[in-house]
Design a protein around this ligand. Structure first.
Ligand SMILES: Cc1ncc(COP(=O)(O)O)c(C=O)c1O
Length: 428
């Protein structure tokens, strides 16, 4: 049988018929990172994770352009053998310091930053992953040699059962097996926050290490924007993040104890056998990091807008699930309905993110909205008006707004940096 035979039904018509043509769509010109041309009309971009609105900031643009002029568009090879720039090292040391870790390594994508974890998971070890973790964390487990166990989303009782069972029945290496718990800081579809204190307590009790993917909380949560760890006053053993969200670039970072990063540099194929992050992307992330650290009002703004968006949607009768962050999922259920609503929203001038299978499981469809610090109050009102109109047409919300709703209290950063040390238990 021809190995390509399975692809034969995947015609353009098949994509249209099955509602898959809502994916891989191209925008035309963009305006200030908040609006773009799409299918001949101007739409509000409500699907980008550029949380701090820095991807069009003149200072970030200038840094990227200067880097291209100085270093060219590409280093043309892998960092290991072809070398990297001092710019890479500067970003790494600044990110490590910001993330409260000893060392960091920068990669061309957040996906690869998570793949870097694979060599930690050796034969006989056990990995415990939250069911809703990002696909790239799952991929790291698949690339590693350890046995993987998934716990129900955010369910610490289930996690403890799995940890207990592993010790009791000696799955893999038994009590002496190396154990690692993987979690997103903020979950990319649900928009809820992991229970880091609970996870770290269990990790301490069962001798496990904790890795947090902070892609959606770095720059957004914590008194200085350092992410979920700082929000809770805890230091996970290893933290990863995409640079394509608050850091207005494209790339990834993995941060942790210096010897862990060194070990991974020599064991992770995701770093060894890939080209260096481009000079423009490194410079953009560096510029965005500096702005992030000096303009806390951007964090305040994105969280304030998110709270208003959540509560505006809820007052219309929409369900935004368990999210307490700028990742705002509007539950719609049903692939067809989700795709139809997405199309109608585009026609009403809002480009949201349709989350249907294979991005989420069937039955868990949502339209995800993310507004950034650069969006205006007027744009927020327009997004709400479009959702009201489209939600009514689709029968997702009632004709008349409900008389009351349960308000969302967003995960605001604490007023002042937490006193007392981070938990340094595992990194000494
Ligand atoms: C939680 C999380 N981790 C990792 C990634 C991967 O990052 P990147 O897009 O830079 O590969 C993403 C991005 O979609 C994400 O949401």
């Amino acid at each position: 049988m021809d190995i390509l035979e399975k692809c034969r039904p995947w015609t353009a018509e098949h994509l249209r018929r099955t509602g898959r043509d809502c994916y891989y769509r191209a925008l035309g010109d963009t305006f200030d990172g908040t609006e773009a041309e799409f299918e001949g009309r101007r739409v509000i971009i409500a699907a980008s994770h550029d949380y701090l609105g820095l991807s069009s900031d003149p200072r970030v643009l200038e840094a990227a352009v200067t880097a291209v002029r100085r270093f060219g568009t590409s280093l043309g090879g892998s960092r290991g053998v072809s070398g990297s720039l001092e710019l890479h090292e500067e970003l790494e040391s600044r990110l490590a310091e910001f993330m409260g870790q000893e060392a960091a390594a920068v990669l061309p994508s957040g996906y690869q930053a998570n793949l870097m974890l694979a060599p930690l998971m050796t034969d006989g070890d056990l990995v415990f992953s939250d069911f809703s973790n990002h696909a790239s964390l799952d991929e790291a487990v698949a690339h590693g040699k350890a046995k993987g166990r998934k716990f129900l989303h955010g369910d610490l009782e289930h996690l403890e059962e799995l940890l207990q069972a592993a010790d009791k029945h000696g799955i893999s290496g038994g009590v002496d097996a190396g154990k690692i718990i993987l979690t997103d800081g903020v979950f990319s579809v649900e928009g809820d926050l992991c229970d880091l204190p609970g996870l770290m307590k269990l990790a301490g009790a069962y001798g496990a290490r904790v890795v947090v993917d902070s892609s959606h909380d770095l720059g957004v949560l914590g008194p200085t924007g350092a992410g979920a760890g700082e929000h809770f006053g805890l230091r996970p053993d290893v933290v990863t993040s995409a640079l394509s969200k608050s850091l207005a670039s494209v790339g990834g970072v993995i941060a942790g104890p210096a010897e862990v990063i060194r070990y991974l540099l020599f064991h992770a194929r995701a770093m060894m056998f890939t080209a260096a992050a481009s000079p423009a992307n490194v410079a953009a992330a560096l510029a965005a990091l500096k702005i992030l650290q000096t303009e806390p009002q951007r964090r305040v703004r994105v969280l304030e807008l998110a709270e208003r968006l959540h509560n505006g949607l809820r007052s219309l009768g929409f369900d935004t699930g368990t999210s307490v962050t700028p990742v705002v999922p509007v539950l719609v259920t049903g692939r067809e309905r989700c795709v139809r609503m997405w199309q109608e929203l585009c026609e009403a001038g809002v480009f949201a993110a349709p989350m249907v299978h294979p991005v989420v499981r069937a039955g868990r469809e949502v339209l995800r909205i993310t507004l950034t610090a650069a969006h205006t109050d007027t744009q927020l009102e327009r997004v709400l008006a479009a959702f009201e109109q489209v939600g009514r047409n689709a029968g997702v919300i009632p004709r008349h707004a409900p008389t009351s709703h349960t308000p969302v209290r967003i995960a605001h950063p604490r007023e002042a940096p937490l006193s007392g040390p981070y938990d340094v238990r595992l990194s000494t």
